[in-house]
Ligand binder design. Structure first.
Ligand code: ZN
Ligand code: ZN
Length: 379
């Protein structure tokens, strides 16, 4: 509960300097600007910048993910209405009985807290952040372009990147000849416990830096670090219905940690290319379909394209140009099941040339159809 409370008390929006109503795009822009300014590579040895970057990354991880952000906003709202995790108000407030509320909360709250209190940002052999938690490998960010169809249907795409991977000579052990021995201080666990107010933090063992082993004869290729820089192709699974600009997390495919600690995560920003025929609005697909004046006036059935091939759509008589008709379930899959719709905007097509017969028919039509469509404009 202490952990949840800490989460509530953090103002991720303030950390990123954006309003609570900020769009995903604004959040990304703010994050990039802050990351450029505070990145440890730019501020070597500056502890304050490290701490700040850690806060920024933590805040960004939560608010950039629509699901997590919704959960975070929910917790903040509850918090603002007098609820304090673990505090005296908990369980007592009106309309908020029962101590089991957190069970209904974010399914991955534990994961979130784990990342906040466990894995440090950055890591690396030379210090890492803050010293709290095992020295996980650094997270990596990259982006990939996918087709409109892949975004709707989901796909597995290869993403090329350069990352610190386990050393190919020693398989990441850092040890040339099997001379590594179990770290005497932590007995091989790589961690040191630290009990604070009933909440147990795990720190990296100071003797072995979290590796659990002490290398006596270092591997010459990686100088005992167990890590080497490599170009790799990671296959990233794109879930069906992914939105343009979505960020996908691939656990453990970030940078390898020195000394055998867990790898960081890979974050892939997805850019969806436009489609020549279809547009997209959330889970709904959109398409503009021309119909003839006769179809608009008389009604009828027309064929309209969907991503899965054409379907028949009924046009009601008297349909005006610009009207939007809905084909249920022909949109993109939704995250919580089901699918969006195809929104068909009809456009009344006017023939540019008329045959003699068609002209005569239209002239005859004009003679008999004398109601002015401009009558209500008073002209
Ligand atoms: Zn090696
Ligand atoms: Zn140790």
């Amino acid at each position: 509960m202490n952990g949840s409370r800490a989460w509530i008390e953090k103002d991720f929006y303030k950390v990123l300097g954006v309003p609570e109503t900020a769009s995903a795009e604004e959040i990304k822009r703010a994050y990039r600007a802050l990351a450029r300014k505070h990145h440890p590579d730019r501020n070597p040895g500056d502890k304050a910048a490290e701490e700040r970057m850690k806060d920024i990354s933590e805040a960004y991880d939560v608010v950039v993910d629509p699901k997590r952000r919704a959960e975070y906003d929910q917790v903040r709202r509850l918090s603002a209405s007098g609820f304090r995790g673990g505090g005296p108000g908990f369980g007592g407030g009106p309309g908020f009985g029962g101590g089991a509320r957190f069970e209904g909360f974010p399914p991955d709250l534990g994961d979130l807290l784990g990342r906040m209190f466990g894995g440090g940002f950055g890591g690396g052999s030379s210090g890492g952040f803050g010293g709290a938690g095992p020295r996980r490998g650094p997270d990596i960010e990259t982006s990939t372009g996918i087709t409109f169809e892949d975004a709707v249907r989901g796909a597995t795409v290869p993403v090329r990147l350069q990352r610190d991977a386990a050393c190919s000579a020693c398989a990441g052990s850092g040890d040339r000849s099997g001379t590594a021995r179990t770290c005497p201080q932590c007995g091989g666990s790589g961690t040191a416990g630290d009990n604070q107010g009933g909440f147990s933090f795990l720190r990296a063992c100071p003797a072995c830096g979290g590796a659990g082993r002490v290398v006596a004869d270092p591997c010459p290729r990686c100088r005992g670090g167990g890590v080497e820089r490599r170009r790799e192709e990671v296959r990233v699974r794109i879930p069906p219905g992914v939105a343009d600009g979505a960020r996908i997390r691939v656990r453990g495919r970030g940078g390898a940690a020195r000394g055998g600690a867990p790898s960081g995560d890979l974050y892939v920003d997805v850019q969806v290319s436009p489609h020549p025929v279809f547009g997209r609005r959330g889970a709904d697909l959109t398409v503009v379909v021309p119909i003839t004046f006769a179809e608009a006036a008389l009604g009828g059935e027309i064929r309209v394209p969907t991503l899965d091939g054409p379907v028949t759509l009924k046009i009601p008589g008297g349909t005006q140009g610009g009207r939007v008709l809905r084909v249920r379930g022909r949109g993109a899959p939704k995250q919580r099941g089901g699918a969006g719709d195809l929104l068909v905007t009809v456009q009344v097509a006017v023939p540019e040339r008329l045959s003699k017969e068609a002209r005569e028919a239209l002239e005859r039509f004009a003679e008999v159809q004398t109601d002015s469509p401009r009558a209500r404009l008073g002209v």
